[in-house]
Design a protein around this ligand. Structure first.
Ligand SMILES: Nc1ncnc2c1ncn2[C@@H]1O[C@H](COP(=O)(O)OP(=O)(O)OP(=O)(O)O)[C@@H](O)[C@H]1O
Ligand SMILES: [Mg+2]
Length: 302
């Protein structure tokens, strides 16, 4: 067993070394996914650190990260492998022009040489450093038929290419699936996986994240930024800011040499945390002032 992932604490520390602040519940589910060899299904709002978990896990374990970005209309061929048509055509022409023996041509055309491996096939192949981390990102963007196909691939850790046969992973990859829950993913697929809802972090945890990701921000500015963003998440907004936005905002404020928030600074930089004009209009001006007053009172009373 790998010492680095031998306990929940070890997993938490390992993620921490990569600058990822994981709470106990998340560390537990990652530990279990690794220990039991089960895919991990992460759901949550935008920008709360779902995709990042796969990245830091791959970096921490020295494994290759293979990413399957899902989108509407993604089909099995684009996820597994495709034949390189132009190269096959060239080979056919060359064989015809050569006038030699073409009996092997059909076999040669459907060999590795003309196969373009896509993420799922790559993930089933042996990789230096051990089984890769397979990130199946934003699964909610695909459709039910693709989910059914994935279910099969993940239950056996194998994929089939009609012209070549079945390719089975020598050792199961570490699989992480993410979803923004724009639709429900089918129960059958969820049942294969361990599930975790990644929530917005509480104040203290978001302070830790900011300290890890933007260490050059002062404690005072960080407190104001985090407290303000946390208040914003309680406001009636079309799209609440995630952790990614907190980090971006802190970086913007540093670039502007801001040492403390003011209503003017907030209004000028709202585009770093709010991405819809309606939301920006709702907050800028007097609402920003009111929220900032609340934040100041909250910080003063500890
Ligand atoms: N717990 C955390 N510790 C350290 N950094 C974090 C944490 N959570 C989020 N981040 C940072 O926030 C950024 C956004 O994270 P990520 O892209 O993983 O979000 P996501 O949940 O996948 O969002 P989306 O649903 O929009 O894809 C990353 O750059 C990451 O560095
Ligand atoms: Mg993501």
């Amino acid at each position: 067993m790998d010492q680095r992932t031998g306990s929940i604490d070890a997993v938490q520390a390992l993620l921490g070394e990569q600058g990822y602040v994981a709470d106990r519940a998340l560390s537990t589910v990652v530990f279990l996914a690794l220990r039991l060899g089960r895919p991990l299904f992460l759901e949550g709002a935008a920008g709360v650190g779902k995709t990042e978990i796969a990245k830091v896990l791959a970096a921490a374990l020295g494994r290759r990260l293979i990413r399957l970005q899902c989108y509407e209309g993604l089909d099995a061929a684009s996820a597994v492998a495709e034949w390189n048509f132009p190269a096959q055509m060239v080979a056919i022409r060359a064989a015809e022009a050569g006038g030699g023996d073409t009996t092997h041509l059909r076999h040669d055309l459907f060999s590795d040489e003309f196969l373009i491996a896509r993420p799922l096939l790559e993930a089933m192949r042996p990789q230096p450093g051990g089984p890769p981390v397979l990130l199946i990102d934003e699964l909610d963007r695909t459709d039910a038929p693709f989910e059914a196909f994935l279910l099969e691939a993940l239950s056996e850790f194998q994929v089939t290419i009609p012209e070549m046969g079945t390719i089975r992973a020598p050792a199961p990859p570490i699989v992480i699936l993410t979803s923004n829950r724009t639709r429900e993913v089918h129960d059958a697929l969820k049942r294969r996986c361990l599930y975790h809802w990644v929530d917005y972090p509480a104040f203290e945890r978001e302070m830790e994240i900011l300290a890890a990701r933007v260490p050059e921000a002062s404690a005072q500015l960080s407190r104001e930024v985090v407290a303000f963003v946390q208040r914003l998440r309680g406001a009636d907004l079309f799209k609440k800011p995630g952790v990614a936005e907190t980090i971006d905002w802190a970086r913007c404020l540093l670039a502007l040499d801001v040492i403390a928030l003011s209503p003017e600074v907030i209004s000028d930089t709202l585009g770093a945390i709010l991405k819809y004009q309606d939301d920006i209009q709702r907050i800028e001006g007097s609402e920003a002032r009111r929220l900032l007053d609340e934040v100041r009172r909250e910080i003063a009373t500890g």
